[in-house]
Ligand binder design. Structure first.
Ligand code: RP5
Length: 161
């Protein structure tokens, strides 16, 4: 049973989401992914969210480019947390999608991450942190990731060497 549902607007979005899928796997978070366009398949998106909630999905990640309404529509259909990834497929380099995803009206929140592949990775890391609030074992894995990341970033230069 997936804990996280990742939905994107087009098959063309899937390569950018690889980092998201890999990071979710790294945390051992059960996920499923679907391509369902908010613009082209509105009815299917409504039905999917209802099914996903019924099957126990706790958090949704929506990813889309151009006039990226998918994450916002997800947030209109569920009270569970929604993370939005603006994708950079269009001629505006993702600024179009960023504005569409981040500028939600009050009361319908989408936690918006960075444009493109960095955002895709951070969507998974943010999901892990949210889910870790009620999952101590996952909280340990989040802590381990942070330690590992800090270790990789550390650099000390000895001027006498
Ligand atoms: C958006 O339009 C999709 O999320 C995708 O980023 C963009 C282009 O979609 P395709 O024309 O490649 O299907 O809805």
């Amino acid at each position: 049973m997936p804990t996280v549902a990742v939905i994107c607007g087009s098959r063309s979005d899937l390569p950018t989401l690889k980092g998201c899928f890999d990071a979710l796997d790294g945390y051992d978070i059960a996920w499923e992914a679907s391509v369902i366009s908010a613009h082209r398949q509105a009815d299917a998106l409504h039905a999917y969210v209802a099914e996903a909630e019924a099957s126990g999905v706790q958090l949704f990640i929506g990813a889309a480019g151009l006039a990226a309404h998918l994450p916002g529509v997800l947030a209109s259909l569920t009270a569970r947390p929604v993370i939005g990834i603006p994708l950079d497929g269009g001629s505006l380099g993702g600024a179009d999608a960023l504005y569409a995803v981040v500028q939600m009206p009050p009361g319908v929140p989408v936690a918006t991450v960075a444009i493109g592949s960095a955002g895709a990775k951070n969507a998974a890391h943010l999901a892990a942190r949210i889910l870790a609030l009620s999952d101590p074992a996952l909280a340990d894995r989040v802590a381990a990731f942070r330690e590992e990341q800090a270790g990789k970033a550390e650099l000390r230069i000895d001027p006498s060497a």
